[in-house]
Design a protein. Sequence first.
Length: 398
Amino acid sequence: MAKRANGEGSITRRKDGTYHGRVYVTTTSGVRKRVSVYGKTRDEVRHKVTELQAQEAKGVPQPDTNMKLEEYLTYWLARVVAVNRRPKTYQGYESVARVHLVPGLGRKKIRTLRAAEVRTWLAQVAAECQCCKHGLDVERKRCCAAGECCESRLSRRMVQSIHAVLRNALQNAVREELITRNVAQLVQVPTPVYDTGKGLSVTQARLLLKMAEGDRLHALYVLALAMGMRRGELLGLTWNAVDLDRGSLIVERSLQRVNGSLSLVRPKTPSSVRTVPLPPLVVAALLAHRERQAQERAAEGDTWTDSGLVFTSRVGTPLEPDNLRRSWYPLRKRLGLDLRFHDLRHSCVTLLLDLGVPPHIVQQIAGHSDHSVTMKVYAHASLDEMRKALDRLGRRLG
């Protein structure tokens, strides 16, 4: 037999009957290194050797790291996410990694992590009772091991988030040539079913604004219903971004609690930054609110904090997002309605579409990333609108 050429690779049989292949490849650190592959048959090992040689011929370097997923997630969060993503995004990613990914897959090496392992683990996470996992029944404050499991499972949305964080982390590892493929992309998770919320009718919306007239945050409810602004956008709105003379405002900041403190941050997507005109209803509400705020400033004197925000506490400081419920809950109780504050935004989108406003215009008003979001997640046709549409078609066909 002729001598093998340098780098051609070799396959030998081991004492236990398995096969061992060796081949020289270039690693991501630029070093030419001899690597080993193993298999139960000669053909299996030959296939692995051929794959490595094909990658080498294409100039694709082989990863030479044995970094575990826990180590890589620590690096990725600190060096990539914290630098390039919004603080709230980092906070969410860090929580998912710490609570779910590290305990579940942290000891796995990213170079040898397989799609089957990710798929099996995600299925286990989706089916596992969280109270049993933590050894505590939240409602009864006793261990579920007593035989009364409450079966509190993670939502589909949470499972999707866990998968998304893992997928994003491994995709960055691919870009840095630490691994050759992203195994999380090969795993599918159930798509969550989004609740479209409960929209208000025109009559209900009018009644809500009427009953909110005595509330110091009346203008906030007007903006939520008439402009479809998000809670964080409303609480992060500054007077510098409002032009009452021209009748317009710029949505460019959102108030969020990040790492224990309130911060003004840029909206999540570029389309969320928008300039929108103000209808007379909103202008009148903001004028009245500015006068009310001036009275509060005068009453507080030196204790007033000039934050520049439109909606503040009674001493001028930013309004805690979760504290908005102190105003919202009593108001919705008086109306006899069971809906979230975010449903006011949903109502605005739905009412605009019911008026026949084109979806791309509604998208720009609401700051959606795409008009498909406007139609799929928020908008739903009422029975009356569907009845009118079908009646028109029936008359045409008749």
